[in-house]
Design a protein around this ligand. Sequence first.
Ligand code: MUC
Ligand code: MG
Length: 381
Amino acid sequence: MIQQIETILVDVPTIRPHKLSVVTMNTQTLVLVRIVCSDGIQGWGEATTIGGLNYGDESPESIKVNIDTHIAPLILNMPASQVGLAMAKINKIIQGNRFAKCAIETALLDAQARRLGIPLSELLGGRLRSELPVAWTLASGDLAKDVSEAESMLALRRHRIFKLKIGLRSVEDDVKHVLAIKRALGDSVSVRVDVNQAWSEIEASRAIAALEAGGVDLIEQPIRAENKAGMARLAEKFSVAIMADEALHGPAAAFELAKLAAADVFAVKITQSGGLTGACLVSHIAQLAGISLYGGTMLEGAIGTAASAQVFSTFKDLSFGTELFGPLLLTEELLFEPLVYKDFMLQVPSKPGLGVEIDLEKLNRMRRPDTNRLLTQAKAA
Ligand code: MUC
Ligand code: MG
């Protein structure tokens, strides 16, 4: 039985300001969910977003209150091992709230996979790979800093794919900045841009032509998410890959984008997809439509990152790699054993469930005080 559901907010400073066109992040608020089952098994999930309400329409606080008030009561006392049934009840009654649903589904699947003694990937069709390429985002906004950050990542053999956050400055300045970085780093690294919807279609046309000529190999969400026809025109016009991110709100949006041929690549995110099974469905739609896949992030901590890795390990095509670097952007580690990044790859955890163990004492010290309850380590059944 599902006995207890707890939502926890943790504010963690970032290692440096992370500048997106929609917000500059100095802190990330992790939204964690813990589900305790009557057999003593616990599952963890995460519903972290970016910049309060700057990026999406669920904030950390709204996710917490909606889970606590509206979602958790629906599934308390339901059988913990019938994850599909619990999620069907939630999906029937609760509109929207994809991030909150993702955290709940992740925690239920984590608990069930632990119960069965298998990695979570094996409940999703089975992993096809045990490590994932990981991009790093250069978002200091400063050319010299971005180049030296990229060089140190290359020297550490941590990342050789770099995504540049642009869209804050003029199109001309952004293009100059990106091409200077591409020239400095050379042909052996992949340089990509994420515009986070900042350009008009006319600006995008002008900029993409220059970026394509300069060797940039992926253009992420250049224009407003709702302008799907515009995305289709850009994808048709340019040979450089155009990727949908903010436009990709789960399977229905994926189907619509595929019908319109509005992207060459999908940035699949577990939260935006409304959960792990939703993310798998998005990947199946992409596969059928001949759209390539990229494993996206909402800059989650280790739990959301491990959950994403479990999902992305099952994708047939993952030709653009992933950006599962969230925990590396944070100043604090909440796992007993951190996720392993080496040789430009993230190792997909192979222990049961998500394959990660939370340091509860540290979490209790760091959580936003909202309750007098302290977490206690549940005894294994
Ligand atoms: C986004 O739009 O992709 C992912 C990496 C990063 O730096 O920001 C996020 C959000
Ligand atoms: Mg993006």
